[in-house]
Design a protein around this ligand. Structure first.
Ligand code: MN
Length: 251
């Protein structure tokens, strides 16, 4: 008998978020699911790894662990610690409460957890629900299951993860799956400066995402058109097109 594949589920919204519960529940159909996730919301934690203070792992249920660190810490501790000497077949991160599209993926803890999995040589996917309210996690979990099944069967190209975004619309309004490229947002005035009760200035980062650049085939375009977006993300960030240009400079 084949042993059931081990699937590691992580996120950046915290171990108790609705999205991670929906994802873990769906993926149990495919294997043995371990959930290792931050003890609180760590959205926009990016690919941060905690090196300056000790990390605690708390077992809070069957194959369910809470970590007082970042999403990247969780994947690293799970693979090199909790699941040491066992083969992890898939890392699935999400389902994030909100989209991870365009440049936003560089801040994303959800995508970074999948990056960590990829760096550790494990096929990895990040799943986000592109909604602002009314989160339909069940439907998103259904599609996550389809993606995970395919990735387990076919694997992924080396150093490549899948960034999946699902539009937050009812099933009947959802259109086809599109393989997309990373798009580009145009950010509005994104810093709000105010004064605290003691008269000191403070700032709040994060304005409205007003619009996007018109890049045909982008993730942002797909979501705007109610399509499911699947973007292959490569961990080699070298700009090959720039290498020739730079070699042409007088060094
Ligand atoms: Mn999040």
């Amino acid at each position: 008998m084949h042993s059931s594949p081990i699937i590691l589920v992580c996120n950046d919204d915290g171990v108790r978020s609705e999205g991670i519960v929906a994802l873990a529940d769906a993926l149990r159909e495919l294997g043995t699911v371990y959930v290792v996730a931050p003890d609180r919301e760590r959205s926009a934690a990016s690919h941060a790894l905690t090196l300056a203070h000790p990390l605690r792992i708390e077992k809070i249920g069957t194959r369910l662990y809470s970590v007082d660190g970042t999403p990247t810490d969780c994947v690293n501790l799970a693979v090199n610690g909790i699941l040491k000497n066992r083969k992890v077949a898939l890392v699935a991160s999400g389902i994030n409460k909100g989209a991870n599209l365009g440049d936003d993926i560089t801040y994303s803890g959800t995508v970074s957890a999948a990056m960590e999995g990829t760096l550790l040589g494990i096929p990895s996917i990040a799943v986000s629900l592109a909604s602002r309210n009314h989160f339909r996690f069940e439907e998103a979990a259904g599609f996550s299951l389809r993606v995970a099944r395919k990735v387990l069967r076919k694997g992924l190209p080396r150093d490549t993860l899948l960034n999946v975004n699902i539009p937050g619309v009812p099933h009947e309004e959802m259109r086809e799956v599109r393989i997309t490229r990373q798009g580009k947002r145009i950010y509005g005035d994104s810093i709000v400066g105010k004064r605290d009760p003691r008269g000191r200035k403070y700032y709040w980062i994060g304005g409205d995402n007003l619009s996007r650049e018109d890049i045909p085939g982008s993730d942002l375009e797909a979501i705007e058109q109610n399509c499911i977006s699947v973007t292959p993300i490569h961990m080699d960030m070298t700009s090959y097109a720039s290498m020739r240009l730079l070699r042409g400079w007088k060094w």
